[in-house]
Design a protein around this ligand. Structure first.
Ligand code: ADP
Length: 877
């Protein structure tokens, strides 16, 4: 063996001296040297030898016969082989890259993630990469994240999809692939150490025109051992084949989405772009816009003329001229209406904006149209509402104002237009404290207090007088509120002045008139009060208090019923109950039991106060003391009664004389028999009985006269009027008959009740009978043969009873008929008639709620006493 290569050969272990050729060869090369060297002659032998360092030596040689045998020439072709292998690998890598890139470029966007995964898988398998990932920049290009990842089934998990890597990769050189080793301490890239599991890694950048756009990350990958053949360029190519098309597709996808979003947005907003082509005078519209403008969907381009025809004629000319200006470079901004087929429909408004792009030949005009109908219509509505409000405020008696807060003071900064008509001022008239000068001097304290309260409490309501430009004062009601900023500091006060001059003056007048009425009521001699339907007093004036002997302040709350007897109370309440909104007034004479006094009679007038539903809420009453009048009436009645008795005296003498005569006769007869000694017990008994009967008769007359002569009871009572007829007859009947007057008394076959005093009704009847008797006797004097009579009849219906007293004395002179009830009217001679009988009778019947009337019949006068009946339910009450 000669030559330098012999040192590179490994010595066969067994040989000390020369060894057979086969011992130097790797097993597979033994095949090339089968047979004898003569067989190999003329062949090129590629033989692999065991190298001295354990490596393989690739040698190429040929045999030549030599003098001693065969000479084998060998050359080292290791480099040659390596280069070839590398070229193959490169080609393979290139093919691989082309495949990857084609797959990624051609697949649908939908399958892109899947295809990426497949390609990562293939790459990893081919170059034995346990973990392979592609990192891309985040959306905001702030940091990196794992976009796709492949991991061999037996490899530990290093990354997952969408994992955030931060900015660690930025510290690497973006121009070349780099092997990362972290085994000795922290290494050069501490921020990446964890991301690569503290183990060996390999990273390959991908650059596009923006810089590094992607990294291919290989984890747990000692690249020099596992892919020694691949050069940096190969790796860069592979990463470019993967990342280049992927990024392109992703951008395409992003763009697509953006377009979609934009189109949706345009559709939603009713907006869209347009482009004007200067040469053809044509315009192109965004599809959505064309649709919104109600053009055919396929209409993308239309002539400028056709486009202008879509615009309302009112705006068309302006738009046309603005487009001309746009061609000269002036940006376009205009709001236009669309021409609508039905002019009744609400207007559709578009905002049109456009600008020129580029210059010269390349100039383009682009812009957008935006549907602003909503805003425009709202604007118009708001403007209308605003105008209405302005109008309202300007014509109302209210002024709206704003006062700015400046260092504790309030400066007017705004007044509504109504200020001028109301007070004749302008804003300037009220500046710098001038406002306070216009407040009435008497109200100024109140005005300053208003300011303080507004600042203190945030709201105020006050009333003061303001001087207008004509020198007159207005009462204003001022309501203000303080507005504060976020920090609670006062910013301004907003408020309202309401002119309440009329109302205030009216209120003042009401107050004055109320005062006058109050004095009137208090100082009135009449008793004035208000009370509730249960008779509880709510107010009573001084005279009432004086009469009731009660302090005025205790009147309210007292009950009127406390001064009424049970009878009066019932009658009073019943009378009040009959008040209605239609007939709210009732007057009556009431009788009260006043402390320490006899009965008092008041003429009492009530007026009901009703609510909206017609329910009685309260009663206002005015009363006048009638006791004196009542008393004189009673006295008058008594004297009238006494006069009647006087008049009856002759009749009564006869009345009593009659039984006395009968008794005397009886006694004379008895005495005669006694003297003759022929008195029998029967006879005596009979005579004594007769005498007793006559005594009783006389006694009855005297009794009745006593009763009749008494004053009447105070309270009215229910009684049967037949009683009065009976009583009157018991006094007069015999006397009448004695004078030859026939009494025609119709029997009373019914029972009724009237309210009053039985003796008074009896008196009325006596008056009528006595008057009739007098008239009859007067007439008989002229005609002794004539037969006088008096008739008493009674009739009744469900409400009333009538007692009729009729005579045949020829009646009353019709000219006097209207006057006979007047007091002191009489046709009788002086000293005979008093002229009181009928007038008193009239008063009595009226007091019983009835009526006394007179008429002439064919034969004489007919007096009628008509009285209301007490209904059975009222008797029990
Ligand atoms: P006096 O009986 O005291 O005159 P009255 O008031 O009772 O007073 O009567 C007034 C007048 O009415 C009588 O004076 C009489 O002229 C007239 N008068 C009353 N009753 C009758 C009668 N039945 N017939 C005719 N005149 C009568």
């Amino acid at each position: 063996m000669t030559g330098p290569l012999r040192h590179a050969l490994a010595q066969p272990p067994s040989a000390e001296g020369p060894a057979p050729l086969l011992d130097y060869l790797l097993a597979h090369s033994a095949l090339s040297v089968e047979g004898t060297p003569g067989d190999w002659q003329g062949h090129v032998l590629d033989l692999d030898f065991h190298g001295a360092g354990g490596q393989t030596l690739h040698l190429r040689g040929w045999v030549q016969p030599s003098t001693q045998g065969w000479l084998l020439h060998l050359l080292d072709i290791g480099d040659l082989l390596l280069e070839r292998q590398q070229a193959q690998q490169r080609q393979q890598a290139q093919q691989f890259a082309a495949q990857i890139s084609e797959q990624l470029r051609l697949c649908s966007l939908f399958r892109l993630p899947e295809v990426l995964h497949e390609q990562l898988h293939a790459l990893a398998q081919h170059w034995h990469i346990p973990c392979l990932a592609l990192a891309l920049l985040d959306d905001q290009e702030q940091g990196w994240h794992i976009h796709g990842v492949y991991q061999a089934p037996d490899a530990p998990q290093l990354w997952h999809k969408d994992q955030v890597l931060g900015t660690g990769l930025d510290s690497l050189n973006g121009n070349a692939p780099q092997a990362l080793t972290f085994t000795q301490g922290l290494g050069d890239h501490p921020r990446l150490q964890r991301a690569f599991g503290n183990s060996e890694g390999f990273v390959v950048p991908f650059r596009d025109d923006h810089g590094v756009a992607a990294w291919l990350l290989c984890g747990f990958y000692p690249v020099r051992q596992l892919a020694p053949q691949l050069s940096e360029r190969d790796w860069l190519q592979l990463s470019a084949a993967l990342a280049g098309p992927l990024l392109g597709r992703l951008r395409e996808q992003q763009h697509h989405h953006q377009l979609e979003r934009l189109e949706a947005l345009q559709g939603l907003l009713g907006t869209g772009w347009w482009e004007l082509f200067p040469q053809g005078n044509e315009i192109q519209l965004a599809p959505q816009l064309a649709l919104n403008l109600l053009l055919e969907p396929q209409t993308r381009r239309l002539s400028l003329q056709a486009w202008l025809a879509l615009i309302h004629p009112a705006d068309r000319q302006e738009l046309s001229s603005r487009l001309q200006e746009l061609r000269q470079g002036k940006p376009l901004l205009l709001c236009v209406r669309l021409q609508r087929a039905d002019p009744q429909l609400p207007a559709i408004w578009y905002r049109l904006q456009g600008q020129a792009l580029g210059i010269g030949q390349n100039q383009r005009f682009v812009g957008f149209m935006l549907d602003i109908s909503d805003i425009k219509n709202q604007e118009q509505q708001a403007a209308a509402a605003h105008a209405r409000l302005d109008n309202l405020i300007a014509h109302s008696p209210a002024v709206i104002y704003v006062q700015r807060y400046v260092e504790g003071a309030l400066q007017p900064t705004f007044f509504s237009d109504s200020l001028q008509p109301l007070l004749g001022w302008s804003l300037n008239d009220c500046n710098d404290g001038a406002l306070a000068e216009r407040v009435h001097a008497d109200d100024r304290d109140r005005y300053f207090e208003r300011n303080r309260q507004l600042l203190r409490e945030g709201a105020v309501r006050s009333r003061y007088r303001l001087l207008d430009s004509r020198g007159e004062y207005h009462w204003v009601l001022d309501e203000a509120r303080l507005l504060r900023d976020d920090l609670g500091m006062p910013v301004e006060a907003v408020g309202l002045w309401l002119d309440v001059t009329d109302a205030t003056l009216a209120a003042e007048q009401i107050r004055l008139s109320e005062e006058r009425y109050r004095i009137l009521v208090e100082d009135s001699p009449a008793m004035i009060c208000r009370y509730l339907p249960d008779l509880t007093l709510t107010f009573g004036n001084r005279p009432l208090a004086t009469y009731l002997e009660c302090p005025p302040e205790q009147l309210a709350g007292a009950n009127l019923g406390d001064w009424l007897s049970a009878e009066q109370h019932t009658a009073f309440v019943q009378r009040i109950r009959q008040l209605t909104p239609e007939f709210p007034v009732s007057t009556a004479e009431i009788n009260l039991q006043l402390p320490g006094r006899e009965h008092a009679w008041w003429v009492w007038s009530d007026r009901g106060v009703f609510d909206a539903q017609g329910r009685l809420r309260e009663i206002q009453a005015v009363g006048r003391d009638n006791t004196e009048v009542r008393r004189s009436q009673l006295q008058l009645m008594q004297s009238a009664k006494m006069a009647t008795l006087g008049e009856m005296a002759t009749g009564l003498a006869h009345e009593i004389n009659q039984p006395l005569n009968v008794m005397r006769m009886a006694i004379v007869n008895v005495l005669k028999r006694l003297n003759n000694g022929e008195v029998q017990l029967d006879y005596l008994q009979d005579k004594l009985k007769r005498i007793d009967a006559q005594v009783q008769r006389a006694g009855r007359v005297v009794d009745h006269m006593r009763v009749f002569g008494r004053s009447s009871e105070i309270e009215q009572q229910p009684f049967d009027p037949a009683q009065a007829v009976e009583g009157c007859l018991s006094l007069l009947a015999d006397g009448m008959r004695g004078k030859g007057v026939e009494l025609r008394i119709a029997p009373i076959d019914f029972k009724v009740q009237v309210r009053g005093h039985v003796d008074q009704l009896e008196q009325v009847l006596i008056n009528l009978l006595v008057n009739a008797r007098d008239a009859l006797l007067g007439r008989r004097e002229q005609n002794p043969d004539w037969r006088p009579w008096i008739a008493i009849r009674t009739e009744h219906d469900p409400q009333r009873v009538r007692l009729l007293v009729e005579d045949n004395a020829g009646g009353i002179d019709p000219r006097l008929l209207g006057r006979i009830f007047e007091p002191f009217f009489t046709t009788k001679p002086v000293g005979v008639g008093t002229g009181l009988g009928l007038s008193v009778s009239y008063g009595i019947v009226e007091n019983m709620g009835g009526r006394l009337s007179v008429s002439n019949t064919d034969e004489g006068a007919c007096f009628c006493i008509e009285l209301p009946l007490v209904q059975s339910d009222q008797i029990t009450r």
